[in-house]
Ligand binder design. Structure first.
Ligand SMILES: *Cc1c(COP(=O)(O)O)cnc(C)c1O
Length: 711
């Protein structure tokens, strides 16, 4: 969805590639030693971390469940690495690389860490760094992964530009001596790369910082890094000078600033910069005999500025030419947007943000929104939804099961996560490990949880008339006892209303009764001296019909997704809610049937005229209800309504497009959502199936892809 932000990254790739050339040619060596140090050992040092961050940006997200992306990256990098090793084999032979002693261990060390030529260390470092960053993110979650990578970086730092300090302690020196037997430097895939991969991945998920903040941050951190580098040089502390304490900060702001440069994607530059990086050492090697032949040795090799410019220019020419040729003659493969190829759910995050604002506007001061994201966020995709809600400052979530809670944490979701359902006490370890808050549903449950002897956060559920989970509201002695259990950390008490959606006098009275019983129970507990950190009652309808209740949370589900459970339902408050989800698909093929021919299972449709049919690859296994067969449902194609023809199948359905112009294979079909003034509204579809929107939506998503969009 953020294709617009890639221009800055693509442009900077080129700069970073030239930085690499600079590092290996020392352009200012003849002019000023300090100047060259500043250019090649400080400024140009942003190049490699930038490439790591870029890879991390596209690869490491908080949804580290799809390992295929990681393996694709590893495979691609391995292929490039293999090709580069072959390319430089003649240079290795020329340099006598294969005549050395301990050839095999040396080769293994080079392959894993140092590269078979000086610049090739980057590729194994990228592979190892990606793997480590991915693993850390999946195992530890965002914050702890970052901390772990930072520790690795620090270890690396003391084997790099701070080695002069580390060396003074014999134990530490011993450690690094051993380390350097395995890898010549600490600037590698273990100590150097993971932090930048993670930083890139985290930036991809975070709200964008203001450009002014990024620029100022970069200027400050770069100046400090310069001072750091000059100091280290002054005291001769460096063993090597790739890693600085301030480099990660510099990179964070630099990358943030680059994300502000918007425009077209410049994929060409991506390939060009890669080729420049790969071939510039070859250009350096080849330039020498060429300069000799031409009699231009002094100018082309000895003059450092010219040398750099010539190497950079030749590398760029080869890279551009090679890339252009490759693009022209490579085997043409058909591409497809995998996510939108079949049927998919489009999640409009702007509407989600709008609904959050609307609901917050109705809430009493001091009350927080607890987003109910159970059942894949009612079909909207739990991960995508929760990440966006986190960005909007939502800090409380409710899920149905402990596994849903764990998944949220693994995706790096911050804040309180309340498990609404009953969790087996055998899973207390996981509740604690993932910092989840458990609902306590009755005395037996409370005692068994407590008996696990691990302090677990809980909310107590009080049954005030729904007669589902919870302690009876009049069992106040039992409640008081549970509040005092040693291993249950009481974080809140709540109840659930069962007819808050109805405005009928009788139902309103019942709801009032529920609310009163709840507060009476709380009063008794307060008199017992029990402090209750948080109280909550309302779900979506509770908020819409009883907005005056003063609680600490509102547990909103369906309203957050911009719809109500039933069509044309009256509520006391009528905020401007906007549907977040659309269900879309594409026409796979068109088919004409003659009058009298039947369509589909059971021959449920028989054409009364010559009929043009369009087949859509979406069916009841995707959550599109079979009840919508035979004209009860319909879709929008080119802004016109096309009724469902015959029975909805498990994986496909047929619609009548006889009267709709310009329908082709590939035309978009809207099954739920709005387009061009027309809309197919989820509550109406649910009504047509005799159910509520909650059921309709929560059944979607098992097989459908989620695509997030924003205007
Ligand atoms: C599902 C659920 C909610 C959310 O209900 P909506 O009507 O979708 O807002 C709130 N509280 C509990 C206990 C729930 O199970």
């Amino acid at each position: 969805m953020r294709t617009k932000e890639y221009t800055g990254i693509d442009l900077f790739r080129l700069a970073a590639a030239f930085f690499m050339v600079a590092i290996h040619t020392s352009p200012l060596a003849d002019v000023s030693e300090t100047g060259d140090f500043i250019l090649t050992r400080v400024l140009a040092r942003v190049g490699v971390p930038f490439f790591f961050m870029t890879s991390g940006f596209f690869l490491i997200s908080r949804d580290v469940c799809h390992t295929k992306r990681l393996w694709d990256f590893e495979k691609k990098t391995a292929v490039i690495y293999g090709a580069a090793i072959l390319l430089y084999l003649p240079v290795n032979v020329y340099q006598g690389y294969f005549q050395t002693e301990h050839f095999l261990p040396k080769l293994l060390k080079a392959l894993a860490f140092d590269g078979t030529l000086y610049h090739l260390w980057y590729l194994p470092a990228a592979m190892l760094g990606a793997l480590l960053a991915w693993g850390l993110m999946g195992k530890l979650g965002e914050r702890r992964a970052l901390a772990a990578a930072a520790v690795l970086y620090l270890v690396g730092l003391f084997g790099d530009s701070y080695y002069g300090l580390a060396e003074r302690f014999s134990g530490v020196r011993c450690f690094y001596t051993q380390l350097f037997l395995v890898s010549d430097y600490t600037r590698n895939g273990i100590f150097f790369a993971p932090l930048f991969f993670l930083l890139g991945g985290i930036l991809a998920q975070k709200e964008r910082k203001k450009l002014s903040v990024c620029v100022a941050g970069f200027c400050v951190s770069f100046s400090l890094m310069l001072a750091e580098a000059l100091l280290l040089r002054h005291f001769s502390l460096q063993r090597h000078d790739s890693m600085y304490l301030l480099l990660p900060f510099c990179m964070y702001f630099l990358f943030g600033a680059l994300l502000h440069i918007r425009g077209r994607r410049l994929a060409f530059l991506r390939d060009v910069s890669l080729v420049i990086y790969l071939i510039h050492p070859l250009v350096i090697v080849m330039l020498r005999p060429a300069a000799r032949l031409l009699g231009l040795w002094e100018l082309l090799v000895e003059n450092s500025v010219v040398h750099f410019l010539v190497v950079a220019a030749l590398s760029a020419v080869f890279a551009v030419g090679g890339t252009a040729l490759w693009r022209k003659y490579r085997p043409k493969r058909e591409t497809c947007d995998r996510d939108r190829d079949r049927a998919y759910l489009e999640i409009n995050v702007d509407n989600l943000a709008h609904n959050v604002r609307e609901l917050r506007g109705l809430m009493q001061p001091g009350c927080e929104l607890m987003a109910v994201v159970k059942a894949e966020a009612y079909g909207h995709g739990m991960y995508e939804t929760a990440v966006h809600l986190n960005r909007l400052g939502v800090r409380a979530f409710a899920v149905a099961t402990v596994d849903e809670g764990i998944r949220l944490r693994r995706c790096g979701i911050l804040g309180e996560i309340l498990v609404l359902g009953c969790t087996s006490p055998g899973r207390v370890r996981e509740l604690v490990k993932y910092d989840l808050t458990q609902t306590v549903v009755d005395l037996g449950h409370a005692l068994r949880l407590n008996a696990q002897r691990r302090t677990v956060k809980v909310h107590i559920k009080v049954d005030t008339g729904m007669h589902r989970l919870g302690f009876a509201a009049d069992e106040t002695e039992v409640l008081a006892k549970v509040c005092k259990l040693k291993y249950l950390k009481l974080c809140g008490i709540y109840t659930h209303l069962c007819v808050s959606d109805s405005l009928a006098a009788e139902d309103a009275a019942y709801t009032r009764g529920q609310i009163d019983r709840f507060y009476q129970a709380l009063d008794v507990l307060k008199k017992e001296g029990i402090t209750i950190p948080a109280v909550h009652i309302q779900s979506s309808y509770g908020l819409l019909n009883y907005p005056e209740l003063k609680c600490d949370y509102v547990r909103a589900g369906i309203a957050l997704y911009g719809i109500l459970s039933n069509a044309e339902e009256r509520t006391i408050q009528t905020p401007d809610l906007r549907p977040v989800l659309s269900l879309k698909s594409r026409v796979v093929l068109l088919r004409r049937v003659k009058s009298g021919e039947s369509v589909g299972y059971g021959r449920a449709f028989v054409a009364e005229r010559e009929t043009q049919l369009a087949l859509l690859p979406v069916g009841y296994a995707d959550g599109y209800p079979r009840e919508l067969s035979c004209g009860k449902g319909g879709v929008l194609i080119n802004g016109c309504y096309a009724p469902v023809v015959g029975r909805v199948c498990m994986d496909q359905l047929t619609v009548d497009v006889t009267d709709i112009p310009n329908v082709r294979a590939g035309s978009e079909a809207l099954l739920i959502g709005a387009a061009g003034g027309e809309k197919i509204f989820a509550p109406q579809l649910a009504g047509a199936c005799g159910t509520i929107t909650n059921e309709l939506l929560s059944r979607m998503g098992a097989r459908l892809k989620n695509v997030t969009v924003s205007q």
